[in-house]
Design a binder for this molecule. Sequence first.
Ligand SMILES: [Zn+2]
Length: 145
Amino acid sequence: MKIKERILWVMFSIGIITSPILYEKVLINGNQLSLCEGKKIHSKSELEQIIEKRKKEFGFKGEIVSKIDSTGEIVDVGGSRKMESGKYEVILNKDYLQNKALEHELYHIFDGHCERGYDPISYIFWYEPKAMIHTLFYSPEENKK
Ligand SMILES: [Zn+2]
């Protein structure tokens, strides 16, 4: 956890001291990098199984429904949101139907990023780098096989 926090602070420093454009690039490239070793999810049922497994591992009690964006028109990579109390939705672009993209979105839910609706400042400077770093360091068993 400590190394993750250090990286976050380095990112904040880069973002604040240099330029918003560079900060955005760090976020975009970092997110792409974090998805590199993702393992493909082959079906909706496999997607649901992984979500249930991660909920147990994380001790998350809410309900998470999932959707695959099969036209690629809804999300570029993925998205997560709170639908109602205790109920959340994860959506993945068909081209990013893989476990690390899923982990990024699940982390937004597990870490409470979806609780208060969309807040751009929190999202850009805290939630998104946090989810990115979590995903960078996350290596599920599936990835090691
Ligand atoms: Zn995100």
